[in-house]
Ligand binder design. Structure first.
Ligand code: UD1
Length: 360
C-alpha cells in the first residue's frame, strides 16, 4: 500500500460534487491528503455550495470562480487557472470527474505539465458528436494516465478505442452516494411540496438541445402539462433563463416549477415519484438505483443498462405514443435484480487503484 498520497480533485458542476462526496470520504479514511479545487463552473448556491454542506464534503481549497461563458472561453479560463494550481500543489494525482468543460480543461492542464491524471467515470459514450460532453469525455480518456470505469460497457468502449491497458473497473461512485443518502435521509420535501408517494412525476430539463429553441421547449412542456399526475419540474438556471427569454407563460396547470433540489431532497423526491422525466445523465441512473422508472428525452443514453433492463425509455419525441404507453404502465414494472453499477464500494476501489498505480 502507498503510504500517503496527495490527490487533487477538480470539480465544477453539480453532478461532480455528488461524485466527489464518497471520494472525499474514502481518501480521508485512507489517511491521504485531498485538495479540492472548484473551477466555479457552477456557482449558484443551490447548484454548488449546498451540495458541499449537505453531503459533508470538505470545503474547496481553491475556487477559480470562472462562472458561465461560451465553451471555448469557459474551458480556456479553467485551463489557465489550473496550470498554476497544479504547479504549486505538486500532487501525486489529479482526479477528474465525468464529462464537463471542467473535466477536459483539468486534464489538459495536468498532462501538459506531466501531472498524472485519473479519469473517474471513464469510458462512457453516447456516440453523439454534437454533444459537448462527448468531446469532453473522449478527449479526457485519451489524455489520461488511468481510466476508472463504472461499468463493463464502459470497459468495452475503452477497449474498442485501444485504451484497455489503462482501464480498471471500479463500479459507479453514484451508487455509494445515492444509496447512503437514501439510508440516512430525513428529507421533508414531499410535505413541503405537498405531494404524496407515487402521485407525481419528477422532471428536469437542462440540455442545450432541449432548451435552446422555443418550439422544442414548448413541446416538452406540452408533454409535462398533459401527464396524468402533477409534475414537479426542478429548474436548472438555464431553463429559468430560457423560459424568461422566450416569454413562456409559467402559470402552468399541471407543472409546478421548483428550484433545483439539494441532494437529500432530490433522492427523496425521486425515490417516491411515479416516474422521472429528464434529459440528465445522472438522474437516469439515480432513478434506476431508487427503483423509479424513467423517460429520457434524448436521442441516446450513455447508461444503456437502464434501457436494456426495461426501466428507462429513451425517446427524443415528447409527443411519441411510446412515451405515453411507457408512462401508463410504469406501475406494472417488476424491478430487475441485476445491478450493473457495482456494490456501493466504488470510492474505496478508486482509492485502492490510485495507490496501486503509484507502486507500479
Ligand atoms: C454542465 C455540463 C453537463 C452537466 C451539467 C449539470 C458541460 C459542457 N456541461 O452543463 O455535462 O450535465 O453541467 O448541470 O460542462 N447557470 C447559472 N448558474 C449556475 C450554473 C449555470 O445561472 O450555477 C446557467 C448559466 O446561464 C449558464 C448555463 O446555466 O450559461 C449553463 O451552465 P454550464 O455550466 O455552461 O452548463 P450546464 O448546462 O450546467
Amino acid at each position: 500500500m502507498w503510504a500517503q498520497m496527495k490527490v487533487i480533485s477538480v470539480v465544477g458542476a453539480r453532478p461532480q460534487f455528488v461524485k466527489l462526496a464518497p471520494i472525499d470520504r474514502a481518501l480521508k479514511a485512507g489517511g491521504h491528503e485531498h485538495v479540492i479545487v472548484h473551477t466555479g463552473q457552477h456557482y449558484d448556491p443551490d447548484m454548488s455550495e449546498n451540495f458541499f454542506s449537505d453531503l459533508g464534503i470538505s470545503a474547496p481549497k481553491i475556487n477559480l470562480g470562472v462562472g458561465s461563458d461560451s465553451h471555448a472561453k469557459q474551458t480556456a479560463s479553467i485551463l489557465t487557472g489550473l496550470e498554476e494550481v497544479f504547479m504549486t500543489q505538486n500532487a501525486d494525482w489529479v482526479l477528474v470527474y465525468g464529462d464537463t468543460n471542467s473535466t477536459l480543461a483539468a486534464t489538459l492542464a495536468a498532462v501538459k505539465i506531466h501531472q498524472r491524471v485519473a479519469h473517474l467515470e471513464a469510458g462512457l459514450r453516447s456516440f453523439n458528436r454534437r454533444m459537448p460532453e462527448e468531446h469532453n469525455r473522449v478527449l479526457t480518456d485519451h489524455a489520461s494516465d488511468l481510466l476508472l470505469a463504472p461499468t463493463n460497457e464502459a470497459m468495452t468502449n475503452l477497449a474498442n478505442e485501444g485504451l484497455e491497458s489503462l482501464a480498471l473497473l471500479v463500479g459507479d461512485v453514484m451508487v455509494d452516494v445515492c444509496l447512503d443518502t437514501q439510508k440516512i435521509s430525513q428529507s421533508l420535501i414531499l410535505e413541503s411540496l405537498d405531494v404524496k408517494k407515487g402521485e407525481y412525476f419528477l422532471a428536469t430539463i437542462h440540455r442545450a438541445e432541449n432548451t435552446e429553441s422555443r418550439e422544442r421547449l414548448l413541446e416538452i412542456l406540452g408533454l409535462l402539462e398533459n401527464m396524468d399526475a402533477k409534475v414537479l419540474l426542478a429548474a436548472h438556471p438555464r431553463l429559468r433563463a430560457k423560459l424568461a427569454e422566450f416569454k413562456i407563460d409559467t402559470n402552468f396547470n399541471n407543472v409546478q416549477l421548483i428550484s433545483p433540489l439539494g441532494y437529500p431532497d432530490l433522492v427523496c423526491a425521486l425515490a417516491n415519484a411515479k416516474a422521472a422525466i429528464t434529459d440528465s445523465g445522472g438522474l437516469q441512473k439515480e432513478a434506476f438505483l431508487l427503483h423509479t422508472p424513467c423517460v429520457t428525452l434524448r436521442t441516446e443514453t450513455e447508461w444503456v443498462e437502464t434501457v436494456s433492463l426495461g426501466v428507462n425509455m429513451v425517446d427524443n419525441n415528447p409527443s411519441s405514443k411510446d412515451v405515453a404507453e411507457f408512462v401508463a404502465r410504469t406501475s406494472e414494472i417488476t424491478w430487475p435484480t441485476q445491478m450493473p453499477y457495482g456494490d456501493g464500494q466504488a470510492a474505496l476501489n478508486v482509492v485502492r487503484c490510485l495507490e496501486d498505480a503509484l507502486l507500479n
